[in-house]
Design a protein around this ligand. Sequence first.
Ligand code: FAD
Length: 375
Amino acid sequence: MTSEAKTVAIIGAGVMGLSIGWRLAQAGFKVQVFEEGLANRQASWAAAGMIAAAAETAPGQETFFALARASREDWPGFASDLETASGHGIAFLPGETLVVAQSQEHENHLRDTVKYLRQFDEPVRLIKKARLPEVEPEVSPDARLGLLSAHDGQVDNRILGTALCEALRREGGELFENTPVEDIVLESARAVGVKVAGEIIPADHVILCAGSWSSTSFPSSQEIVPQVHPIKGQMIAFQSDPGRLTRVVWGQGVYIVPRADGRIIIGATTEDTGFDLSTDQPTLEAQKAKAAAVVPFLGDLEIIDSWAGLRPATPDNLPIMGPSDIEGLTLATGHYRNGILLAPITAALIAEYIQSDQVPAGLIPFAPQRFSPSR
Ligand SMILES: Cc1cc2nc3c(=O)[nH]c(=O)nc-3n(C[C@H](O)[C@H](O)[C@H](O)COP(=O)(O)OP(=O)(O)OC[C@H]3O[C@@H](n4cnc5c(N)ncnc54)[C@H](O)[C@@H]3O)c2cc1C
């Protein structure tokens, strides 16, 4: 049987389901993506769009950093392929990211992080307090030290989602919105399709990309899908003049992401409160105060928008990617704080696995089986 004849059912149209679906449709598979609500409206819409391999890494996180860096390297090619395939610009800005220390403890952490990252030849450098205004004039004079990462950038994750939907469709993939998958259909311990509105939709491969809902929504497979749980992030946005802030800036417990049109996004809280998407005014005001402590002019702006999203977290904070213990069922979930960053490498590795039936070496550290007690 040629790969063209094979069908793939993907559960969830976030950045994972859409990226994998697009790549597999490009490779000639018959792809159907099923989405409970509207495409790209959960975590992938709520995100800030940072491509923050260095800024998100701390000493000791080699497994994460290797994956994150590989995906960041894939981003320029992924972005340009996607822009061509979809006809949409996605505002991918490779740029620089600045992390500033606001306390002695954070300063020590930045020094340790720079030492750690340099072991891997990562282009990061410390910026002394006196030089910070040259790098980013709007940073508070109270900032004590900076870490400048040359290759961490950003993408507009909302446009990214729109472009992925378009690219998927142009490659002949089908996207079914407002179409929840009720279960994964098993026959003799093999996944043979998905159940939608009581009907069985057959598929050669089923790929689970349901983000925070991956462990709770599919009765037949609940026991084999490792625990993925939601961690809420509340976000706010301001409108400013384009270019007033020139790069992504992080403080302690806050990040500030300037978009090209002058919108500035501030994130985010880390709340273990279940499937709750509410925001609350005191928390939003606290986020604003944290951001203004890093970039003071933000304190004078009105909050123009606020929202919350659910990061799909796992017990070891690493993604769960690869074949499950059920033949025909592949997992691509649990990307926690970095699913936008990790979308290109996830799509490439999962597509390679589905095409070749060989597990690429890059997937091995993220195998679902790492949580199985017997291994
Ligand atoms: C506030 C916040 C800020 C973030 N900032 C960044 C950032 O700057 N950079 C970065 O790299 N990452 C960031 N992230 C993380 C990133 O957003 C996630 O890791 C990524 O979006 C996960 O993608 P996903 O496709 O797995 O999940 P989702 O985008 O949540 O998509 C899962 C989809 O599955 C659907 N679904 C669930 N159950 C079913 C079912 N039964 N049938 C059909 N469909 C179903 C859902 O409706 C949903 O659309 C952030 C996350 C949050 C919440």
